[in-house]
Design a protein around this ligand. Structure first.
Ligand SMILES: Nc1ncnc2c1ncn2[C@@H]1O[C@H](COP(=O)(O)OP(=O)(O)OP(=O)(O)O)[C@@H](O)[C@H]1O
Ligand SMILES: [Mg+2]
Length: 295
C-alpha cells in the first residue's frame, strides 16, 4: 500500500457527464489509435534510500485493446498503474491519456480496480457498487439497473444487503470490480483483480471481463501474476524486467476478439504461455535473488 497514492474515498473512477454514448464517446479515440501513451517514464520513490521502482518505460496503449502486464513481484507494476491513473507523478517522462497529459488527478473516463481490497466497510454491497454512479449523479433508475446487472454477473445478488465484513475475500474483490465496471470507464486499469479468487472463479470472471470489454469497446490494462490469465485474456502482453521494471518483451497473442476461457485448450495457448515464462524466468530469479539468476 502506497499511502500517498491511494484516494481516501471513491472508487477512483468517474462517470462521463451525460449518458454513455454522448459525452463519453465524444472524447474516446477510434480503434487502433493511441489511447494512452507513456514516454520514457521513470519513478523513483524518494527517501533516505531512494527506490528506483520503474522505468524507463515506453508504452503505446491502443484504443480498445486488452493489454496485460506480467512481471516479477516488486518490479513496479502497481507503480505503473498509479502513474497512469494520475495517482502519483512520474519522476521523469510524460503520460498522455486521450491526448491530454495525466497530471496528478484521475482523468475522467478512467477506472481503477486496486490490488488491495478497497471496498467501503460502512456501505452495503449494493451501495458500494452504486457509489461511483451516485457520485456522478447518474439517474437513479439507470443506477439501479446497472447495479442489479452487476450483482447478477458477479454472483452477489444474494448479498446485496450484506456489508463487506460479512463477505469472503474473493467476494469483496468482486464488489470492487463491479463498482468500477458499472461506471463504464473508457480505460480500465486492473491490478491483480482476481488474486483472491479460486482458479474456477478466476476463469469465469475472466470470461465476464472479456464480454464486458467486447460490449463496451473499452481499453483494458490488466496486471496479473498469472501467466495463463495474461495469455488467455489479452491481445498483447507486456513482460516486465525485475525492478526497476522495463518492458523486455511485447507478445501479440493473435486471438480473435470473440474468445473465452476455452482458449486454454488451443495449441497456441501453450506457445504463448511458454514464451511468457521463458522471458520471465530469469527476471523472477533476479527478483528473488535466487541461484541461477543471470546478471
Ligand atoms: N510508497 C513507496 N515508497 C517507497 N517505495 C515504494 C513505495 N511503493 C512501492 N515501493 C517500492 O517500489 C517497488 C515497486 O513496487 P510495486 O508495488 O510497484 O511492485 P509490483 O510489481 O506491483 O509488486 P507486486 O507484484 O508484489 O504487487 C518495490 O521495490 C517497492 O518496495
Ligand atoms: Mg503490485
Amino acid at each position: 500500500m502506497r499511502p500517498e497514492a491511494r484516494p481516501r474515498v471513491g472508487p477512483g473512477t468517474r462517470e462521463a457527464p451525460g449518458p454513455r454514448g454522448t459525452a463519453g464517446a465524444r472524447d474516446a479515440p477510434g480503434p487502433r489509435e493511441s489511447h494512452a501513451v507513456l514516454s520514457a517514464v521513470t519513478r523513483v520513490y524518494p527517501g533516505a534510500r531512494p527506490v528506483a521502482a520503474l522505468g524507463p518505460v515506453d508504452l503505446d496503449l491502443r484504443a480498445g485493446e486488452f493489454f496485460a502486464v506480467v512481471g516479477p513481484s516488486g518490479c513496479g507494476k502497481s507503480t505503473l498503474l498509479d502513474l497512469l491513473a494520475g495517482l502519483s507523478r512520474p519522476t521523469a517522462g510524460t503520460i498522455l491519456f486521450e491526448g491530454r497529459p495525466v497530471d496528478g488527478a484521475v482523468p475522467e473516463g478512467l477506472g481503477i480496480v486496486f490490488q488491495e481490497d478497497a471496498s467501503f466497510p460502512w456501505l452495503t454491497v449494493r451501495d458500494n457498487i452504486a457509489f461511483g454512479l451516485r457520485r456522478a449523479g447518474t439517474d437513479p433508475a439507470e443506477t439501479a439497473r446497472r447495479v442489479d446487472y452487476a450483482l447478477g454477473f458477479m454472483g452477489l445478488a444474494d448479498f446485496a444487503a450484506a456489508y463487506p465484513a460479512q463477505l469472503s475475500g474473493g467476494m469483496r474483490q468482486r464488489v470492487c470490480i463491479a463498482r468500477t465496471l458499472v461506471t463504464r470507464p473508457r480505460l480500465i486499469l486492473l491490478d491483480e483483480p482476481f488474486g483472491a479468487l479460486d482458479q474456477q472463479t478466476r476463469l469465469l470472471m475472466g470470461d465476464e471481463l472479456l464480454r464486458l470489454w467486447r460490449e463496451t469497446g473499452a481499453t483494458v490494462l490488466l496486471i496479473t501474476h498469472a501467466l495463463d490469465e495474461a495469455a488467455m485474456l489479452s491481445d498483447r502482453v507486456g513482460v516486465m524486467s525485475s525492478r526497476p521494471g522495463r518492458f523486455i518483451d511485447l507478445v501479440e497473442t493473435g486471438w480473435p476478439r470473440e474468445r473465452d476461457s476455452r482458449l486454454v485448450a488451443e495449441a497456441g495457448f501453450g506457445t504463448v504461455t511458454a514464451r511468457l515464462w521463458a522471458r520471465l524466468r530469469d527476471e523472477s530469479l533476479k527478483a528473488i535473488g535466487g541461484p541461477g539468476a543471470t546478471a
